[in-house]
Each structure stands twice: as structure tokens, then as C-alpha cells.
Design a protein around this ligand. Structure first.
Ligand SMILES: [Zn+2]
Length: 325
């Protein structure tokens, strides 16, 4: 298997917020990539400018950030041609690596816009090198970190300017190649812009200290919360069903929470986030994590808050909501 370390530059509506095309808020104008072999040795690079069709005028921020000129853009190739050449260049057996988690979303959104989404069936398993750097090398564990910070950390020379796709891809490739493969192997990410459609496609990921489940689509949140696979709280260490101490309830940040207990491994927190598809359907991202007594107390506290609020509402004489107890 080869690694395709990829980076995109994109343009947006130059006329400000709300003036863009909702189906394509960010239009890819440059693809840069480095191919690494299975030992993470450099094989070759790919670099192309794309002539935009939606936002033909360069946004001043894009121009300042990347240094790409309007002349370069006007001389670029059309997206569909570059994209097909790029996918051919990637080959049949590869895994993407990116700096951050936005590049692959925008790639797939651009592909969908041009009806090219069949070329890249998802969900995509990939390495988010920024996340790897944060976990393996950044003692501050910041939520986000600039590419240049990691380049400085490893002491690489900075001969090429940042924010040009192929340069950023090359810096990212060097960082990826300098990391401990054994440690990073289990830290892959899954991009679910193309979310699972059927039960057989649902994703179950086990990491060292938590597990993640991405469901198929449902029409409503209620329908999702009534699903057996969604509700289950299997302990991700031993695989046995953990007994619920606090059943799923709607807590803070529009997430559902629950508290469960595995006889061997202790307290477990379940958390469910809902994701909306482009067609307004719903799917679920559930994480299961071992937690401490203190963290469990926070869940119980949150549950109490919810019950108190409901009681207060009822006390004021408002009609009970459908589905309320
Ligand atoms: Zn267990």
C-alpha cells in the first residue's frame, strides 16, 4: 500500500458571507500531493492548478495566503480533468494522509458537485497527520496546530513557502515519515462525509481508550434512539454488554449521554452526537469511553439538571410534551 499525502488550496465567494453557492462553499483551485511507498519513502509528486468555475475571481484572502495569481488560475485546467488524472495517479491501493480534517471533506464536496463521487467510495480511512502530531509529539495537546509548528519541531529546512498545495503536502509527508509507525498505526481516522447507508456498512472503531460507532441513516432522532445497535453500551475492552446505571438522556450540547458499568473494567460513559446529511436525514456518532468516579458524578449531575428542569416546567402547569416519561 502507498500513502498519498495530499493538500488542497481553495477559493470562496469574493463578495462576502452568504453570497456563496451552498453546494460548494469552497472551490478547490490547487491539488498538491506526495506519494510515499509502504516504507514512507518518497516516490513522486503531483501538482496542478484548477481553473475555477463557480468563484472565478480570486478572494483576496486566498491570494494573500497562497500567493496564487489570477493569471495562474485562468491558465489552470478544469476540475474534472485534473481530478480524474489525480485519481489515476493515486493508483488502486493507497491511504490518504492530510494535515487536519477538512481537506477530504472539501474534496468529496467538490467531487459531488461535479458528479464524480463514484470515483472515491467512502467512508474514507485516512491519517490526520495534525492529530497524530498532537497526540504523539505535542505536550500541550492543542486542539489545532499550524503545519509550520510541526516543521520547526522536527527541525526541517523551510525552503519552500507554506500554503501552496504541493509544498504543504511535502512538509506533511516529511512529518508523517518521521513519526513512529508502530504508535501511529492504530490512530487512523475515518472521514464519514459519505456516511454508512446500510447496517452492513456501519462503522465500528476500537482505539486504545475509546470506541466509536457510526450508524446508518435514520429519518428522525427518535427513530435512531430506538435502535438496538445505537442504544447498546458494549464495553470496548472485553466486548461484553455493560449494564446501564443511567439510561440515555438528552444532555448538554444536544448530545445524549448514558452511564454503564462493566463488571471487569468499571464505569463507562456513552455519548451520542447526531449528524445531518445533505438530504436532512440523521446518523449517529457514538463514543464509548472508560471513565472515573468523578466523571461519572458529572453525568449524574447533568441528568439531575434535566429532571429538575422538566419538573419545574410541569410545576408551572405547561402541558406535558409527547414522549415525556
Ligand atoms: Zn469490560
Amino acid at each position: 500500500m502507498e500513502y498519498i499525502v495530499v493538500d488542497f488550496e481553495w477559493n470562496q465567494s469574493p463578495y462576502g458571507k452568504g453570497t456563496g453557492n451552498k453546494r460548494l462553499p469552497f472551490e478547490i483551485i490547487e491539488i498538491g500531493a506526495i506519494k510515499l511507498d509502504e516504507n514512507r519513502q518518497y516516490v513522486e509528486s503531483f501538482s496542478e492548478i484548477i481553473r475555477p468555475r463557480v468563484y472565478k475571481k480570486l478572494h483576496h484572502m486566498t491570494r494573500e495566503l497562497t500567493g496564487i495569481t489570477q493569471e495562474e488560475l485562468d491558465g489552470g485546467e478544469q476540475f474534472s480533468h485534473v481530478l480524474v488524472d489525480f485519481m489515476l495517479w493515486c493508483g488502486d491501493d493507497f491511504m490518504f494522509c492530510t494535515w487536519g480534517n477538512t481537506d477530504l471533506i472539501e474534496l468529496q464536496r467538490n467531487m459531488k458537485y461535479y458528479h464524480l463521487d463514484d470515483l472515491l467510495p467512502g467512508p474514507l480511512k485516512y491519517y490526520n497527520v495534525q492529530k497524530l502530531f498532537r497526540i504523539l509529539h505535542d505536550p500541550m495537546e492543542r486542539r489545532s496546530c499550524a503545519l509550520e509548528t510541526a516543521v520547526d519541531y522536527f527541525g526541517f529546512e523551510k525552503n519552500d513557502s507554506f500554503h501552496r498545495a504541493v509544498n504543504d503536502a511535502e512538509y506533511t509527508a516529511k512529518i508523517f515519515a518521521a513519526m513512529d509507525m508502530e504508535r501511529l498505526q492504530r490512530l487512523y481516522s475515518v472521514d464519514y462525509y459519505q456516511n454508512p447507508q446500510t447496517k452492513a456498512d456501519e462503522i465500528h472503531l476500537d482505539y486504545d481508550n475509546y470506541s466509536k460507532y457510526i450508524s446508518r441513516e435514520f429519518d428522525t432522532k427518535e427513530e435512531a434512539m430506538a435502535d438496538k445497535e445505537v442504544r447498546t453500551t458494549r464495553c470496548y475492552v472485553c466486548g461484553r454488554a455493560a449494564v446501564k446505571k443511567v439510561h440515555w438522556f438528552l444532555g448538554r450540547n444536544k448530545c445524549y449521554y448514558c452511564l454503564a458499568y462493566c463488571k471487569t473494567h468499571g464505569l463507562i460513559r456513552g455519548k451520542i452526537r447526531f449528524k445531518k446529511t445533505d438530504d436532512d436525514r440523521i446518523f449517529v456518532v457514538k463514543t464509548i469511553r472508560l471513565i472515573s468516579e468523578e466523571e461519572a458524578a458529572l453525568i449524574r449531575e447533568m441528568k439531575k439538571e434535566v429532571v429538575d428542569k422538566r419538573r419545574e416546567k410541569r410545576h408551572k402547569g405547561s402541558a406535558p410534551e409527547p414522549g415525556d416519561e
